[in-house]
Design a protein around this ligand. Structure first.
Ligand code: ADP
Ligand code: ADP
Length: 234
C-alpha cells in the first residue's frame, strides 16, 4: 500500500500537482487517466519517490517519511517501472535487456563474469511469459514496437516487483497493439497479484482494464472511482 498525504509538486512557479491525499491499494489495477500535461508523469514520479515534493508525505509499505533511506530501498526493490519509450538498449539482445536490472551496480564486472545459469533461466522464463522466448537472442532493434514493449515488461518481471508503475506504456503503439500490450500487463499483474498504477490518455482502455480510475486534469484529481461510475458522468 502506498499512502499519499496532502502531496503537491511545483516546477518553479508551475503547480504540476495540487495537494492530493489518497491510498493506492495492493493488488489493484489503477489507471491514471488524463490528457497530455495533466500531471500523470509527475504523479507517478511521486509514487516512486523520484520527485521532490512541495508539500506532504508518502508512506510506503507502512514506512513513514518519504525520504527515509529504508523506504527508498524497499520501494526501489519492490517497484518496477515501464516507460512509453521502453528505454531498452537497442544493440543488445532481448535476454540481456531483461537481465539488465539484475546486474545492478555490478554490471561492469558482470560483463567479465557472465550471469549464472539460474539468472539466465529467470530471464528466459520472463521472456516466455510475454511470448518472446523465440526472440531471446535477437537484438532489440530487430523487434517491432509491440515486441520491444513486451521486452520492457519482461525486464520488469525479472525484478519480481510487488508494484508496477507504467507511464503511458502504450502511447506509441497503434490501437490494436496497444490493447494487446495493456492486456498482457493486466493479465500478468492479476496472475501474480502485482499492484499496478498505469497512466493512459485513452478513456476506452482505462474503462476496459482499470479496477479504479483516477482522472487528472491540470494537476488536480477530478475523478476517483470505478470504471462504470466514469461512464455515468460522461
Ligand atoms: P502528463 O504526464 O500528464 O503529460 P506531466 O506530469 O508531465 O503531465 O506535466 C504536468 C505539468 O508540469 C505540465 O504543465 C508540464 O508542462 C509541467 N512539467 C512537467 N515536467 C516539468 C519540468 N521538469 N519542468 C517544468 N515543468 C514541468
Ligand atoms: P547483487 O549483485 O548481489 O545482485 P545488488 O546490490 O546489485 O547485488 O542487488 C541487490 C538486489 O537489488 C537484487 O535483488 C537486484 O535485483 C536488486 N537491484 C539492484 N540494482 C537494482 C536496480 N537498479 N533496480 C532494481 N533492482 C535492483
Amino acid at each position: 500500500m502506498i499512502q499519499l498525504e496532502n502531496i503537491s509538486v511545483k516546477y518553479g512557479k508551475t503547480v504540476a500537482l495540487h495537494p492530493v491525499s489518497l491510498d493506492i491499494k495492493d493488488s489493484q489495477f489503477t489507471v491514471l487517466l488524463g490528457s497530455s500535461g495533466a500531471g500523470k508523469s509527475t504523479f507517478l514520479r511521486c509514487l516512486n519517490l523520484m520527485n521532490p515534493l512541495e508539500s506532504g508525505n508518502i508512506r510506503v509499505s507502512g514506512f513513514e517519511g518519504s525520504w527515509e533511506k529504508r523506504a527508498l530501498q524497499i520501494l526501489r526493490r519492490e517497484t518496477g517501472m515501464i516507460f512509453q519509450q521502453h528505454q531498452l538498449i537497442e544493440r543488445q539482445t532481448a535476454l540481456q535487456n531483461v537481465l539488465m536490472g539484475r546486474l545492478g551496480y555490478h554490471s561492469f564486472f558482470r560483463t567479465l563474469f557472465p550471469l549464472s545459469k539460474a539468472e539466465q533461466e529467470l530471464g528466459l522464463q520472463c521472456l516466455k511469459r510475454v511470448g518472446l522466448l523465440d526472440k531471446a537472442l535477437c537484438r532489440v532493434d530487430e523487434l517491432s514496437g509491440g515486441q520491444q514493449q513486451r521486452v520492457g515488461i519482461a525486464r520488469v518481471l525479472a525484478q519480481k516487483p510487488k508494484t508496477i508503475l507504467a507511464d503511458e506504456p502504450v502511447a506509441s503503439l497503434d490501437p490494436a497493439t496497444a490493447d494487446k500490450v495493456l492486456n498482457l500487463i493486466h493479465t500478468i499483474c492479476k496472475e501474480d497479484g502485482i499492484s499496478a498504477v498505469v497512466s493512459l490518455h485513452q478513456v476506452d482502455l482505462a474503462k476496459k482494464y482499470g479496477d479504479r480510475i483516477i482522472g487528472l486534469a491540470a494537476g488536480r484529481v477530478v475523478f476517483d472511482g470505478q470504471p462504470d461510475e466514469l461512464s455515468e458522468r460522461q
